[in-house]
Design a protein around this ligand. Sequence first.
Ligand code: MN
Length: 295
Amino acid sequence: MPYGQVNAAAAVLLHVWRYVPSPFDHSTLPIKPDALPRSGGYDGDPVINPGGLEPINPERMSLSVTRPLFSVPTAPLVPIQGRQEGFPIHRIFCVGRNYAAHAAELGNTVDRVAPFYFTKPPTGLVLDGGSIAYPPGTEDYHHEIELVIAIGAPAFKVSAEDAMKAVFGYAVGLDMTRRDLQNAMKEKQRPWDIAKAFEESAVIGPITPAADFAPAEQRISLRVNDALRQEGHLNEMVWSVPEMISHLSRYYHLTPGDLIYTGTPSGVGALQPGDRLVGAVDGLSPITVTIGPAG
Ligand code: MN
């Protein structure tokens, strides 16, 4: 067979292999439409297909999943001041460059065009009071003390005026960062995930209900081994709490259980195993965490 014909035959086979479904292809999960979880939105909104899946193949609908193959980690329930119930976690959003002085210390400027976001996995959340392992892959592991908003009601395309109705409460948090990896990713214009979204990368303290705390000019601070490292005031935030919620709700159906880390004041810096961090926002429960050995 001439070489050209072999090539053509190979191309046809490759096409068939790529585009004709295999009877052994189990990549599409057999999910019944009424079993799809709601993903945010107000009561009465249409059900959202959470994975953006193609319409379900009717032939696969006769199959059903009965139990998980194995168990996976879940996010911890966050304690709430004055309540027995814990606050369950859905998602973690983080706002970048929300204090001008912090943006400047990393060589950035802030603008009032629009806030920007990154996310962390809910399973990366740890409660304060314990120790977190020094993470792998970095030699420049940084602390970022932040005010955290806990969302307690659905919010989608809400105005800043209506945004505060979605707030359940507030907590002190740490957005842990592998700064060397973040700088490398920034340089190559690549996503920040490896620098921001890793195990134990988000610390949170107990949540104070919104009835007992309103963000205004409170001091936010972080001490490392009793030395003051970070300090600012909540009124220095470039984007206010209602502005962040309103803007984020243009892009997501914010849902009870979502957290928003609102950015860090200046003074971020490197940590070492054994360091003891105490973070505070006046009026909220302070947090304490110790950096453990490399994990
Ligand atoms: Mn941050």
